[in-house]
Design a protein around this ligand. Structure first.
Ligand SMILES: *Cc1c(COP(=O)(O)O)cnc(C)c1O
Length: 479
């Protein structure tokens, strides 16, 4: 006797009821996926979805017959493949107010660098090939003369980032020896880079001198003995010690080092190549000033104030740079051709300082007129107000952006932007978090900052060229 249809429909779904892989792959609904993603990836996705369903069934999860029917499974397979093929590195709008945001990729590169990278990606190039002789070249030659010209240093080499530059310099010049550093300069950058840890990794013994707030020339002098290799200064790039303080200048430390036949090394952090005061920005010590103060080796980042790609640049005395380049660790920390392709045109922009504030993207952002950002805020406020509806208040506001990445930590750049807060004020915290998450979920995520019971969107990094797309996206917001 056949079972009545009604009871058949409510019978529990079992693993045996799942359609086979073959049946799914042959179904009409899977054909577009096979065409877009290929047989191998689609078959894998089908297997994975079937396995998930099987596990849910075994675990006793109630599953409707519809959700194991081919249309439902095809939909799951499509979303599986969509996720698998979606890029993980995505463009975002950096409206945090921090221009050099380490978590958002630091410096945005100038167009000249972009063009050079695209070319280097698709053509062979003389990366380590001497076009004059046809012999083997040195990749540092591509940028060394330019770096020396811009900094006044005798020689230069480039590695993966400034952390690598410090590690390599200490390893090559002071392994097994002592390095003297002021207690006020035992910097930690972003948790993973700490001067004491880097010293240990480089096989050096850190000799701390002075106190957190005050270090004197005699502190350095008293610390020197037969095991000392270097006196080191670290730019306190992400904090400032204020009040009753005393630090010994680069020039004074150099004098002490040289009087004792030692070298003076500076980890400068930001790598400023020009005096920023000419654009009304606060002064940040430049690489040239540090070299002129007598430093034997200076290290700095390529993607902070310099405005180029991630890189660590080491400049200084010829014989010391030669020693650093000869160390086997240089081979492990060297940069690839994309970095050099991006660095060279970025550096070249500095040969034409009159145009720098237009052409170097980071400097253009730092120097954006406040009136521009204010006009932009006034234009965008009604758009966002309209998109978000009456539950939200959108107001224009004077804000203060930061350079970021530890550069000039106590100086703020006057800026303009939007402050968004819930009209009712009820459960403001939760509502704001939801709004912030909603902006983060946009196809090009908008990253703002929650502060003072409002979501702040600093417009400094939203240049005119990006504004139309930004508006189009905001109009799609669905509060
Ligand atoms: C930023 C910084 C570093 C680390 O540089 P990366 O390029 O991020 O590796 C090291 N030292 C100082 C003083 C810094 O400011």
């Amino acid at each position: 006797m056949a079972a009545p249809t009604a009871s058949h429909a409510t019978a529990p779904v079992a693993p045996a009821h799942l359609p086979s892989v073959d049946k799914l792959l042959q179904s009409e609904l899977l054909q577009p996926l096979l065409a877009d993603y290929g047989r191998i990836a689609t078959t894998d996705a089908v297997r994975e979805v079937l396995e998930q369903l099987r596990q849910q069934l075994r675990a006793g999860t109630a599953i409707t017959p519809e959700s194991i029917a081919i249309p439902a499974i095809a939909e799951r397979v499509a979303s599986h493949l969509g996720l698998l093929f979606a890029p993980r590195l995505r463009s975002v709008y950096n409206l945090t107010g921090t221009v050099l945001h380490t978590n958002l990729g630091r410096a945005l590169l100038p167009q000249a660098a972009v063009d050079a990278v695209v070319e280097a990606l698709t053509t062979a190039a003389n990366l380590e090939y001497d076009l004059a002789t046809g012999g083997r070249g040195d990749r540092d030659d591509l940028v060394e003369a330019l770096i020396c010209r811009l900094t006044g240093a005798e020689a230069a080499t480039v590695v993966n980032n400034n952390a690598a530059a410090v590690l390599l310099t200490l390893t090559a010049l002071a392994h097994g020896k002592q390095v003297v550093v002021s207690r006020g300069e035992l910097v930690e950058i972003g948790g993973a880079f700490r001067i004491p840890d880097i010293m240990a990794r480089a096989g050096c013994q850190l000799v701390e001198v002075g106190t957190t707030n005050r270090t004197h020339a005699r502190d350095y002098e008293n610390a020197i003995d037969d095991d000392t290799a270097l006196l080191m200064k670290v730019h306190t790039s992400n904090y400032a010690i204020q009040g009753f303080t005393k630090a010994v200048s680069d020039a004074e430390v150099t004098t002490i080092a040289h009087a004792n036949d030692l070298q003076m090394v500076v980890d400068l952090g930001s790598g400023t190549l020009v005096d920023l005061r000419q654009w009304g920005l606060p002064h940040e010590v430049t690489v040239r000033e540090t070299i002129e103060a007598g430093a034997d080796v200076v290290t700095f980042s390529g993607d902070k104030l310099l405005g180029g790609p991630q890189a660590g640049i080491i400049v200084g005395k010829k014989e010391l740079i030669a020693k650093i380049k000869k160390h086997p660790m240089k081979r492990a920390l060297r940069v690839g051709k994309l970095t050099l392709a991006a660095l060279e045109p970025t550096l070249r922009l500095y040969l034409h300082p009159e145009a720098l504030a237009q052409q170097l993207t980071t400097l253009r952002l730092f120097t954006r007129p406040q009136t521009d950002m204010r006009a932009q805020a006034e234009q965008l406020a009604p758009v966002l107000q309209q998109a978000l509806g009456a539950a939200w208040c959108v107001e224009t506001a004077e804000l203060a952006s930061q350079i970021g990445s530890g550069a000039l930590p106590v100086d703020n750049l006057p800026s303009w932007g939007l402050q968004i807060y819930p009209a009712s004020g009820k459960q403001a915290g939760r509502q704001l978090q939801q709004l912030e998450a909603q902006l983060r979920a946009l196809s090009r995520p908008v990253i703002g900052r929650l502060h003072d019971d409002a979501l702040w969107l600093d417009l400094r990094c939203l240049e005119a060229s990006a504004q139309a797309d930004f508006i189009a996206q905001c109009e799609l917001l669905n509060p």
